[in-house]
Design a protein around this ligand. Structure first.
Ligand SMILES: CC(C)(COP(=O)(O)OP(=O)(O)OC[C@H]1O[C@@H](n2cnc3c(N)ncnc32)[C@H](O)[C@@H]1OP(=O)(O)O)[C@@H](O)C(=O)NCCC(=O)NCCS
Length: 169
């Protein structure tokens, strides 16, 4: 079973190493320990390590915890390269969403994803995210290729009901 725990400085080298995998780094912006250190030190972010049978198998970072409209960003999500294609990405996404709605009382969860990241898009869409905006030309790859960034929002009926109950609606 996959569980989430708060990340620590001891995790950083390992998480940063997963990011350097070529099939990971191309989907992310800045990578490396400094990015994680800033996330860990920022009270507005929740840096989470996914653990299975005592072994870290991925991580997720939520941001915007103190946003006035309780709109929380799933800023990054990565499954350890050797552990992919076995349902762990879906389990990690569900755990991160539960954390956002229940712990951080999110009204909605949003993210951005490169338009050609078919794998992540398929996962997000199958879990209830919809594309709400396209930022044309927002991505410039290392080889100079220009691509689009999609904004996706998760706002399920269940999430809205949870938020409504909390607000006394
Ligand atoms: C995206 C990522 C988290 C998915 O993790 P995973 O463990 O491979 O995913 P799962 O095995 O849970 O698969 C979940 C779904 O992803 C989709 N998917 C997986 N591989 C796919 C592929 N090659 N093409 C299209 N969709 C794919 C499917 O919808 C799949 O569901 P299904 O198996 O029921 O059809 C992982 O591949 C990863 O860390 N990628 C690099 C970083 C990244 O892109 N992060 C997201 C942007 S920040």
């Amino acid at each position: 079973m996959l569980t989430l725990r708060t990340g620590t400085t001891e995790d950083l080298q390992q998480l940063a190493a997963w990011e350097t995998d070529p099939d990971t780094s191309i989907w992310l912006g800045e990578i490396g320990p400094a990015w994680h250190t800033r996330a860990l030190d920022d009270p507005d972010q929740d840096h989470l390590v996914a653990v299975e049978a005592g072994t870290p198998i991925g991580f997720a970072v939520l941001a915007g915890l103190s946003s006035a409209d309780r709109s929380i960003e799933l800023r990054r999500m990565v499954v350890r390269p050797a552990r992919r294609h076995a349902g762990r990405g879906r389990a990690l996404l569900r755990a991160a969403l539960t954390r956002a709605y229940q712990r951080h009382t999110a009204r909605r969860v949003w993210l951005d994803v490169k338009a050609h990241n078919d794998r992540a898009r398929a996962l997000y869409e199958s879990e209830g995210f919809t594309v709400t905006d396209t930022v044309k030309g927002a991505v410039i790859e290392a080889d100079g290729t220009v691509g689009d960034l999609l904004i996706m929002v998760h706002q399920t009926l269940e999430g809205a009901e949870l938020a409504g109950r909390r607000d006394g609606a």
